[in-house]
Design a protein around this ligand. Structure first.
Ligand code: ATP
Length: 194
């Protein structure tokens, strides 16, 4: 998957709509302290389904909404979208996440309302996502070196694009258990009839 554009509105310090074109290859973000470099990386992780407010450096998820400054009032919502090319697919992928105060997050894929889980699966299958090793934030290299074997394995699975299979396996196991329960109940009912 090649992310081609990142668009932010009201997300953290990006109060005005901002459009960033992302070219193929390695992308670095440079700028003075506090200019919003980490906020950009967080916007990428957030639109890909990040659920941890702590990893967004906030107490709650609504903290990603522009909180206002001395000269500008706070916003009621934040929205981030990415546009990407998918390998082997003709159509572009547009993913939008929006959060409104008091209303939580909503996601859209190519204009259709979807669940957070659908977004996570799309990215997991493309070996990217909120926890992708391709997003190298401050302290991340140290964290990889210090990681326990199990944590390192999870990172490798993300990189290999198989993380989504675990989610599907859990779903399939749940369905299997429900079906087994139904069959048992059916056997009981048939037994009662005889
Ligand atoms: P450094 O180089 O110091 O790590 P940086 O360029 O990565 O800095 P960020 O940490 O991305 O900068 O941005 C920090 C700025 O974002 C701060 O000025 C902070 O006030 C602002 N900020 C964070 N969250 C919000 C919010 N919800 N509303 C308004 N501004 C915010």
């Amino acid at each position: 998957m090649q992310i081609k554009r990142l668009r932010l509105t009201g997300f953290k310090s990006f109060v005005d709509p901002a459009d960033l074109r992302i070219e193929p290859g390695l992308t670095g973000v440079v700028g003075p302290n506090g200019c919003g470099k980490s906020n950009l990386l967080e916007a990428l992780r957030w639109v890909m389904g990040e659920t941890s407010a702590k990893s967004m450096r906030g107490a709650g998820m609504e903290d990603v909404i522009f909180a206002g400054t001395a000269t500008r009032p706070a916003r009621d919502f934040a929205e981030v979208s990415i546009l990407a090319d998918r390998q082997g697919e003709d159509d572009e992928l547009e993913v939008v996440r929006r959060i409104e105060r008091g209303a939580g997050s909503a996601y859209r894929i190519n204009g259709r309302d979807v669940r957070a889980k659908d977004v996570a699966l799309v990215f997991a299958d493309s070996a990217t996502g909120a926890h992708s090793p391709a997003l190298v934030s401050q302290g991340r290299i140290g964290a990889i070196i210090a990681a326990k074997p199990g944590e390192r394995r999870a990172m490798l699975e993300e990189a290999a694009g198989i993380a989504g299979l675990h989610v599907r396996r859990r779903d399939a196991e749940q369905k299997l258990r429900a079906t087994e329960a139904n069959l048992t109940r059916l056997d009981e009912l048939i037994g009662d009839q005889e």
